[in-house]
Design a protein around this ligand. Sequence first.
Ligand code: ADP
Ligand code: MG
Length: 548
Amino acid sequence: DRSDLAASLRSLDGASYGRYKSLSGSWSVSGLQLEVLRVQADPFAPPSRVRLTVDDAGLPGDLVATADRRRALAAFLLRGLRRTLRGTPVHVDAGGPEVLDRTAGTVREDGVVVVEVGVPFPGPKRRILGREAATLLGETLPAAAREAICAADVDAARTFVETVEDAVALRAALADRGLVAFVADGAVLPRRSGVDDRPLEGATPFGGPPELRVTLTAPNAGEVGGLGVPEGVTLIVGGGYHGKSTLLRALEAGVYDHVPGDGREQVVTRPDAVKLRAEDGRAVIHDDVSAFVAHLPSGEPTDDFSTTNASGSTSQAASTVEAVEAGADVLLIDEDTSATNMMIRDARMQQLIATEPLVPFVERVRPLHAEHGVSTVLVMGGSGDYLGVADTVIMMDAYRASDVTARAHEIAAAGTSRAVEHTGFPAVTPRVVDPRSLDPTAKGKRRVTARGRDTLTFGEDDIDLSAVEQITDRSQVAGIGRALALLGDGVLDGTITLAEGLDLLDAELDRRGLHALLDGRSEDLARPRRHEVAAALNRLRSMRLRRT
Ligand code: ADP
Ligand code: MG
């Protein structure tokens, strides 16, 4: 390692910006290893990337004992580093309230901590500002790393690690208990706003009904009581503005672990729970939507349906069968974002329209569970059609949950009900994707770029992810992009099904971590779930199937 980064920077003062490139490589700075991984081409390009390796962090061994603990500790340290560097131009990808594997921070089994940050190298007039750069890289950054990592608050770190470990254990306990989700008593579900993820101040803490109360055991917190949402068909009912969607959103987020203080630390959902919604305008590529669409006015086959511009109902039908194909075992649906004609058709409309091609979800939701083991949690305040098909009915009343299953079944039995026209849930035809169609090349260059939370540029395509609601942030979008590229380049081979490819991808990520996604070039990535990878692939307009 070269030893005097600050002196080298000062000697470059006033030189042309491009000479920053000469700093690439490894340095020893205040006892830390500092690597300049990538130097931006000009002052307006995305910041340069710098890696710091701290091998004398001195963290207690129990905090690094398991992979979950190391993931949590890395998240804790990154959040500390972001705090310490606030007010400087250094970017630390510490993320939001979800605790995800991130390339920005890793804790190794031997306790070595590696962080990667974005540093805009100063040079407003395309001239190197040597003294400023020397202070930033030679003093501010290493001092911040020492403060946030070597002098980390060990008690707070332990609380953080134990909180995450408990969430993992609670989530792992769900399947054996026949539950799809768990909401601990006292959890704080609402957020401050649609754009502010922090817990709403003064919120009514969650309290579950005695009939659905379960107690789970967490390794650190011990016995935790709360609402157990059973497998099968669960309805969340209640008046408008009484907290239905807020509960469902907490279940959506429950596939991830949350930081202490978030309010949802002990709200957990099965890892393969997928939020579905209508998304008119999306592309659909060779989906078998025959479970929901009996025939199309154009005469196209419904088991091989493609469109560049789906309607609300066909988009939701497509997303449903795609989720099942990718291995979802819980579907989460909110009436607020659903296509009404996909969800319900009442008795009177059945009488009027004899030729309706859409099979409403209400007819498929029970067989979906009975035949395929896929449970559904559905928010539905506007129609009673589901009362008769629900195993469990939870009512939200002034943010409090009660069990109204018995009353709902009485009402369903007494009322004039709609005629059931369809039975069963036909198996979804597995698709074999042509790996050559997952080509991230555009104008001769590889291009996989997250354009924020909602858009992934992949080769020539811009994939709209705004309706894929369980995506957390831009770094996860970047991870999705890399995962798509990996699927196309080595995982899918034109013979295995998409679901088999996603299994291989998960196995590779479990084995190698995020390194499986980094092909040499370092960037801020967060680990995506298979479901969001599949959702992006399904929205990639250039995707093609392998004809067999
Ligand atoms: P619904 O879907 O039943 O119409 P929402 O879930 O959208 O209702 O909630 C309505 C409003 O109530 C939202 O602004 C939400 O933030 C707020 N809210 C939800 N749960 C709580 C709670 N436990 N305490 C305080 N406010 C809440
Ligand atoms: Mg709502």
